[in-house]
Design a protein around this ligand. Structure first.
Ligand code: ZN
Length: 458
């Protein structure tokens, strides 16, 4: 990608965390041959406590052995990486993104999708579920990378989600509007025929600005048609009452939190009874509206991933004025707090939950937002272990992706190596040392400097 220049030096100095270079011995492979990682602390994505001084072997993209460093047998010819106490975890999975539409529908293309997938991978996000704005390019990329992993985040997609005609959701210009339950079923069938991984619908009216909420006759048609095709149904929700109806209709997951009222025990019991997931709380999305000046624009972990003009726009007085001029601006902080509190209520009630950001659109930035989301989940009251499990093993479980999300023999070697343990402080997810996609190293964000000369971010 022309726009994705890689910096020459890793900016470890910015982290103050990696003075000693990683010791590497054995032949160096540019491909995904056999690599042994050893002497690291392992978080395996299942929710189990970390294991000290672990090792793993990965060969041709797959983890072939995991255990104690003292027990590892190094295959002949393998590349050996001594990690000296660093931290290894599964690559993150972001269960709510939008691919290839950040520069408008006119620029939607395989290149636009792949530019974002590279950026996700640079941030250690090695799989994404794209929710409802995908046309053919996302399916093409998915098909190609499942045959030959290409060093980018792995794509899961719902294709085009169902929007009630005249109502909230989707993108203007995409053929995803339904007037009747029959038209909604036809849209679902078309996504299923393309091989969609799930089905998306929107149930919202934008704070009442759009006086048309999807009728329940349509949402129930979408959900039942998805299930008839063997697919899960995922909904954009906002209101408690319509979300409650969707639970009864058999919806599989919420792609945002309920944000108007606290969830009470009866609501939580219904979610539990119907096995409804809180797939994505999108706390970072809500936070991005609550701040008139975004709190991360001068953080190199962020600005390495965007062009200088994007950063200048976010730092401009005009951006702040526009945010404050939004008539709903005074509500956003309360909306965020309600979302945070509802996520913790669900977690305490035993409702399964994942991690998702709604990144890829507007001021919601691929990859960076996954790290902010994890931080906000912990700010809300989850433990780092719970937040990281949501973002790895739990998200994979919802996707039915048996080969990713955890570190075990037979799983795909999608890994993130960190300088410091995120179980000690969740912000340590930012100390990215290495990313592996299907066993091959991918450039990390600390080696990336989008839309500038190599080294311009150092
Ligand atoms: Zn979304």
């Amino acid at each position: 990608m022309k726009k994705h220049l890689i910096g020459a030096a890793v900016a470890c100095a910015l982290l103050g965390a990696c003075a000693a270079p990683t010791a590497v011995s054995g032949p160096s492979h540019g491909d995904a041959g056999t690599t042994v990682l050893r002497h690291f602390t392992l978080f395996d994505g299942t929710g189990a406590a970390p294991r000290q001084d672990a090792a793993l072997v990965m060969s041709h993209g797959v983890i072939t052995w995991v255990g104690a460093a003292s027990a590892v047998k190094v295959p002949s010819g393998a590349r050996v990486v001594d990690l000296g106490g660093k931290f290894v975890m599964p690559g993150l999975i972001d269960s709510h993104v939008h691919l290839g539409v950040d520069k408008g529908l006119a620029n939607y293309s395989v290149d636009a999708v792949e530019a974002q997938l590279k950026l996700y991978a640079a941030y250690g996000v090695t799989a994404v579920l794209s929710l409802g704005t995908d046309q053919d390019a996302a399916f093409e990329v998915r098909r190609a990378q499942r045959e030959h992993p290409n060093g980018m985040a792995r794509v899961y997609t719902t294709g085009l989600g169902v929007v009630y005609d005249g109502g909230y959701g989707g993108l203007a210009g995409l053929p995803q509007r339904a007037r009747t339950p029959e038209e909604a079923r036809a849209l679902v069938d078309a996504q299923a025929a393309k091989g969609a991984d799930a089905i998306k619908l929107w149930m919202d009216d934008g704070f009442g600005d759009i006086p048309k909420l999807m009728p329940y006759s349509m949402s129930s048609a979408v959900i039942s048609e998805a299930h008839a095709k063997g697919l899960k149904a995922v909904a954009h929700v906002y209101y408690r009452d319509s979300a409650r109806e969707l639970v009864d209709e058999g919806l599989d997951a919420f792609a945002h939190e309920v944000r108007d009222f606290p969830l009470d025990d009866a609501f939580l019991a219904a979610m539990k009874q119907h096995h409804t997931w809180q797939l994505a709380a999108t706390l970072s999305r809500e936070a991005s509206f609550a701040y008139p000046k975004l709190p991360f624009t001068d953080d190199p972990f962020f600005y390495r991933g965007v062009s200088p003009d994007v950063r200048a726009r976010l730092n401009s007085p005009a951006f702040e004025e526009k945010a404050k001029a939004d008539p709903h601006f005074p509500m956003y902080y309360g909306v965020l707090r309600t979302a945070m509190e509802n996520l913790v209520r669900e977690a305490k009630a035993g409702i399964p939950y994942g991690m998702g950001t709604d990144s890829g659109l507007g001021q919601r930035f691929p990859g960076y937002f996954a790290h902010w989301e994890l931080e906000l989940m912990v700010d809300a009251g989850l433990t780092p272990l719970e937040a990281l499990t949501a973002a790895t093993g739990s998200n994979a479980k919802f996707l039915g992706a048996a080969d990713i999300g955890t570190i075990a023999q037979g799983k795909r070697a999608d890994l993130m190596v960190l300088e410091k343990s995120p179980l000690d402080s969740i912000r340590n997810t930012r100390t990215i040392s290495q990313v592996y996609v299907a066993g091959s190293p991918a450039p990390t964000i600390w080696q990336t400097c989008v839309a500038r000369q190599a080294g311009a971010c150092d």
